[in-house]
Design a protein around this ligand. Structure first.
Ligand code: SF4
Length: 498
């Protein structure tokens, strides 16, 4: 047994599952989520029994050989608000919860604050239930009793989802959002999992990438104009868009402004990211072109950690970058931090939050460190152990700091193998929330993505989604764009002209 409270156990264990065949996929997935090296076919008996007789309470029992059984009799599912498909779904949810509870007990894995919710977007579930006509009280009950979400997370996800609904439009395609991906960064951070190429090794790819991107902006802009599609938000992300400076940055922002900005556009964000790229001139160019929200992402206000994670900037660079954004008159400043960075404990997080509070940003985005694969989590077990133990306390400290800055949570999402099985939360002062972040996360608006690694999401009125991906590699993007663009434009037109 692992003494460190991490969300999985790497032991190789074998189970012989005795259960109705249609439930095997749910049982195996639930077991694999906690025990990545689990095998099935022989070994300890994992027995699942269900009585799903219509008109009677749903009964479910889960028992692992040698351990006490978990049992539930669910009469809430008899409520007239439910239809037949809800009952089928509830059977799987009860089984997942039972397997989860039994295996966590047997393998000493702490309960997740998110219970058995495994999705990236817990708010989407809440919106979905609201759309089906469930009352807020009923949704809270489902989160608490069916998914075993902790009371704090129930409050968080309910408040966030209720607040977000003001952003939903009658049509997902009018207005739309535009994302522009710049896949270059000054250096590559040790924890990076994004499309990002360091300029030291890949800077020679910039000229062709840049020309291709300008061409794509014009092609999509022309299509929008022809179809009368309005843009609600423009979001430059990456990578680090401010890797481009001077005339290049001016041309990109000017093109975007001319093709996409209108009286409907409420947000023009540049995720400047790396503080060392945010110069006086950079801020002036952004302000002149209508950028009204800039992200300065220190991740930590601790110089030793910054060196450790291979960021090429200092705390002082961050302070100067914030001063420059403010001096340029850009109205909304977001700052990102990460909880659980290598070598950091709660005292470092406390110091970071204090330093950030002094800079008084309008938005604070708090990420919890995630590793890409279970194997990496295993490798980093020792260095992450303190942060894992203190994750919840770090999250609470951040929430408190955000509250003291007058902010409320406005969007959130989760990742696999994230610190303490927590979440990432965007906080904002009233009137400063990023509409792009809400729309992108809740997937209720078409987002057209341009540039390297951009993923376009075409949302239909029934909220079904079609994804179109641009190549991550800047060279491939530049090489293929003129060949692939006609098909992309055709697909955009088919979708947006409806
Ligand atoms: S700044 Fe962001 S995108 Fe760039 S290397 Fe660091 S984590 Fe990756």
């Amino acid at each position: 047994m692992c003494p460190i409270p991490i969300p999985v156990n790497f032991d190789e264990v074998w189970f012989k599952i005795e259960a109705p065949p249609e439930l095997l996929p749910s049982i195996e997935a639930a077991a694999r989520g906690l025990l990545p090296n689990v095998r099935f076919g022989e070994g300890k008996v994992l027995r699942v029994e269900v009585d799903d007789t219509p008109g009677r309470p749903l009964y479910c029992s889960v028992e692992l050989e040698g351990w006490p059984a978990w049992r539930v009799s669910d009469d809430e599912i008899l409520s007239p608000v439910y239809e037949e498909f809800h009952r089928t779904q509830r059977v799987k949810e009860r089984v997942r919860l039972g397997v989860n509870v039994v295996l966590r007990t047997a393998y000493d894995i702490p309960m997740s604050p998110w219970g058995i919710l495994v999705g990236v977007r817990p708010t989407k579930l809440v919106h979905n239930l609201f759309d089906q006509g469930f009352s807020a009280n009923h949704v809270e009950y489902i989160l608490r009793e069916v998914y075993a979400v902790s009371p704090e997370r129930v409050e968080l996800v309910m408040n966030t989802a209720k607040w977000q609904r003001q952003f939903f439009h009658a049509s997902p395609n009018q207005p739309v959002g535009v994302y522009i991906g710049i896949p270059f960064c000054p250096t590559r951070c040790s924890y990076c999992s994004f499309a990002s190429y360091p300029i030291g090794t890949h800077g020679h790819l910039i000229p062709k990438f840049f020309e291709a991107l300008c061409w794509e902006i014009e092609a999509v802009g022309r299509l929008f104009r022809r179809l009368g599609v309005a843009v609600e938000s423009i979001y430059f992300g990456g990578g680090t868009p401010t890797t481009f400076q001077g005339d290049q940055l001016r041309r990109l922002l000017d093109l975007s402004r001319r093709w996409f900005l209108s009286e409907v556009t409420s947000e023009f964000t540049v995720e400047a990211g790396r503080p060392e790229t945010i110069l006086e001139d950079t801020c002036r160019i952004m302000a002149e072109n209508g950028v009204n929200r800039v992200s300065v992402n220190p991740q930590t206000m601790n110089d030793a950690t910054l060196r450790r994670i291979r960021r090429a900037h200092t705390v002082d660079d961050t302070i100067k970058a914030v001063e420059r954004v403010r001096r340029a008159g850009i109205p909304i400043l977001n700052m990102d931090i990460i909880l659980g960075l290598p070598g950091e404990d709660i005292s470092h997080v406390e110091a970071t939050l204090k330093a950030i509070s002094e800079l008084a940003p309008d938005n604070l985005t708090v990420h919890s460190l995630a590793v890409k694969r279970a194997s990496e989590l295993r490798k980093n077990l020792e260095s992450m152990s303190i942060a894992q133990e203190q994750g919840e306390a770090m999250a609470q400290l951040s929430a408190q700091a955000a509250r003291e800055l007058g902010m409320e949570p406005y969007y959130l999402y989760r990742q696999r193998y994230i610190l303490g099985d927590l979440e990432n939360i965007g906080y904002a002062r009233p009137g400063t929330a990023s509409v792009y972040n809400v729309q992108m996360m809740e997937e209720r608006q078409t987002i057209v993505a341009l540039g390297g690694g951009g993923i376009t999401k075409l949302v239909s009125p029934d909220l079904s989604l079609v994804r179109l991906a641009n190549p991550k590699c800047p060279a491939t993007y530049a090489q293929q764009l003129k060949t692939t663009m006609p098909a992309k434009l055709w697909q955009l037109e088919q979708h947006l002209a409806v």
